[in-house]
Design a protein around this ligand. Sequence first.
Ligand code: HAM
Length: 416
Amino acid sequence: MINKPKGTRDILPNESYKWAYVENIANNIFKNYGYKEIRVPVFESTELFARGVGETTDVVQKEMYTFDDKGGRSITLRPEGTAGVVRAYLENGMGSLPSPVKLCYAMPMYRYENVQKGRYREFRQIGAELFGVSSYLADVEIILMADALIKKYNISDVTLNINSIGCKECRKSYQKALKDYINSKIDCYCETCKSRLEKNPMRILDCKEKKCKEANVNAPKILDYLCDECKEHFENVKKALTDAGIKYKVDSSIVRGLDYYSKTVFEFVSDKENYTILAGGRYDGLVEELGGVHTPAIGFAMGEDRLIEVYEKYNKESLVQENTPDVYIANVGEKAEKFVTILSKELRDNDIYVEKDISERSLNAQLKYANKTKAKYSLIIGEDEVETKKAKLKNMENGEEIEIELKSETIIKMIK
Ligand code: HAM
């Protein structure tokens, strides 16, 4: 037997409805905020992620599924959604649409990561991206939308952590101070961090190695180096969140694992599970980096796998129920079988969920199966019922039976 690759999961029918439910809720919220769905390819040119996400990030250096296709092009399975959405935005001239352009998605992503609870190699993200607004009001609106999502899933014990990582300008003086600090204790860092010092010292703040985390404890904080514009932007975001009643913590250690961010960054962390459910931020330089004109942008992505794990902890009572048949129609004999085929079709055409026998099983076996499907009602149709056009409709929950006319309108009235 061939097994599934490590880090992937089969979402079976007794689970898959939860994913549809969670995506449905997100779609409703996205609709109310004016976001429209975009679908982009699962694979893109490797260069898109190298340039977009950043050459020195863990995602690009260690986690991408990259291969040459038969035409010799280097291809990568998308490790995240933003770079592909920006590429599509540019390639389809969406910059000429009325601004802001608001896009949302629910898509699988691929990262070669150490597999553990809440961390998979194939996982789904529900995300939103907003293009064309530099005002702090866009940051506020997107964080409010993210907060609304988390609340709609009835998940408490989630902390919103925010930070500003400034713009290119204020990062120049910060990176100098950071490099000096790291250089002063360079032996305490892992080899990967040492190799990142020159090109991208801020990445070192995101290293997961214990000794690097310890070495970073007293590193200079980006918030102390923000330029006036970035400082004002961040102050405005914080004030507006407070005014809107949104609780948050400023966490100056958030730098995010992808290079495209600027100014506001944020993460919604499940305190119970101790992992991030939803994360995002501003990426004002990415559209330009990928060949477009300067276009401010901001977005987030929510880890659907993690969300469902947490969701189930908080929603034991109201967990969405699996869809069960409205009615099971059993048949006895050839005439009845033909009659049931037509009747079932009529009911299904009218949006009724019908199960019927297609395995030519005995009546006993059919009724056993009806019980297993947890059908709400059942009907047994034999030759007599076909003749008289009457049969007993059984309520499978309380066992009550009533004789009804075998017409689809009557059945629909009785079971809906
Ligand atoms: P990210 O922080 O890399 O950001 O991922 C966002 C969320 O995806 C994480 O907070 C987590 O819930 C989930 N996630 C990430 N990796 C895994 C994994 N291996 N297994 C399960 N869940 C995972 C981004 O991807 C950005 N594109 C977000 C964004 C959109 N920023 C701006 N716009």
